[in-house]
Design a protein around this ligand. Structure first.
Ligand SMILES: [Zn+2]
Length: 111
């Protein structure tokens, strides 16, 4: 999941990449707070993991779109177009949105 936060010093948006699926996993990995280096000004931001918000990875939807385009071209050659082809990128897009909103909904309790 791609997490974002705003630097306390320069207010620029920063990203933190994690393989965790929710904040509980993140908590067991990094603890309650995490020190993050701002890529813009270098300030170290100490953030509680509840304050990091997940960003949907729309890249998957773009991949899906590329695959759909290839499939469409291929099917076009065969003289056949399936409406199903378009649902792949749409599905991937909403799946990414859902995963991010699920991540944001679940807060860990402060230990
Ligand atoms: Zn900064």
């Amino acid at each position: 999941m791609k997490l974002s936060y705003y630097c306390k010093s320069c207010n620029k948006k920063n990203f933190y990449q994690t393989k965790t699926k929710d904040r509980f996993e993140l908590q067991s990995e990094v603890g309650n707070e995490i020190n993050l280096n701002c890529t813009n000004c270098g300030t170290i931001n100490k953030k509680h993991i509840n304050r990091l918000s997940a960003e949907p990875n729309r890249l998957y939807a773009i991949y899906g779109l590329v695959i759909a385009a290839i499939v469409i071209i291929f099917l076009w050659e065969l003289g056949y177009i399936s409406g199903l082809t378009f649902t792949i990128p749409i599905y991937l897009y909403f799946d990414a949105e859902k995963k991010a909103s699920d991540y944001n909904k679940i807060m860990v309790s402060r230990k």
